[in-house]
Design a protein around this ligand. Structure first.
Ligand code: B16
Ligand code: MG
Length: 223
């Protein structure tokens, strides 16, 4: 029996706006300070991963996982966040990625609910600066989520807050960990970005501009 599409749950960084690039720049600067340079390829592994877990991955990459106390790690993570917050200071609605505003308008015209499932503790600030907060029916508070992506908790929480069964939801993500989270929640997964990185998604688009609601509906009806 085919399910009805009732809600679309968005990731923020890398889907609604290009803050994924700012996370990369801020981590890269910290990495260099710690003598742990890393590539964009390694950065793919940080996408969708919480602040402290990202720091751990960087320290492991540099073989420095035992060099810092928890207190020191918190200071390093804060330092990255201060840098990131500076980078997002000037973002405006002009920084919404191409096609996303149009997609939101279509979804709302079709009576679908909109949710946000970002593990970023800066998500409310970014959504406010993009002037998108009022367009969304729910925004999950990352501070209240116990298990980050790839665990399904955040997408399941968004569905619960929307009062929609996960089987009636689609999730949109730019990170492999996020696609795993969506699939684990039992939702249809739309990936935006590299088709190899996002291979587990049900539908993959190279960029936000090419996301097609009619294709999503087709995929949804045939799943
Ligand atoms: P913060 P998303 C994630 O956001 C980012 O992809 C990831 O790079 C970042 O480390 C994480 O948020 C935590 O962000 O340090 O601002 O709390 O992709 O789930 O929207
Ligand atoms: Mg993301």
């Amino acid at each position: 029996m085919s399910q009805m599409l009732k809600a679309v749950i968005f990731d923020l960084d890398g889907v609604i706006t290009d803050t994924a690039e700012y996370h990369y720049l801020a981590w890269k600067a910290l990495g260099e300070e710690l003598d742990i340079p890393f590539t964009r390829e390694f950065n793919e592994e940080l996408k969708g991963i919480s602040r402290m877990d990202s720091l751990e991955k960087i320290l492991v990459l540099g073989g420095r996982e035992n060099d810092f106390t928890l207190e020191e790690k918190k200071i390093l993570a804060d330092q990255k966040n201060v840098h990131y917050c500076r980078l997002i200071e000037d973002i405006t609605p002009a920084d919404i990625l191409p096609g996303i505003k149009e997609l939101i308008t279509k979804l709302k015209a079709d009576g679908l609910k909109l949710g946000l499932a970002s593990v970023s503790k800066n998500a409310f600030t970014v959504m406010n600066r993009l002037e998108l907060t009022s367009q969304f029916d729910t925004i999950v508070d990352a501070a209240k989520v116990l298990k980050g992506k790839p665990d399904p908790e955040i997408f399941l929480t968004a569905a619960k807050q929307l009062n929609v069964d996960p089987s009636n939801c689609v999730g949109i993500e730019d990170a492999a960990a996020g696609v795993d989270s969506i699939k684990g929640a039992g939702m249809l997964a739309v990936g935006v970005g590299n088709s190899e990185t996002l291979a587990k998604a049900d539908l993959i688009y190279p960029n936000t501009e090419s996301i097609s609601l009619s294709e999503i509906r087709n995929s949804f009806e045939n799943k």
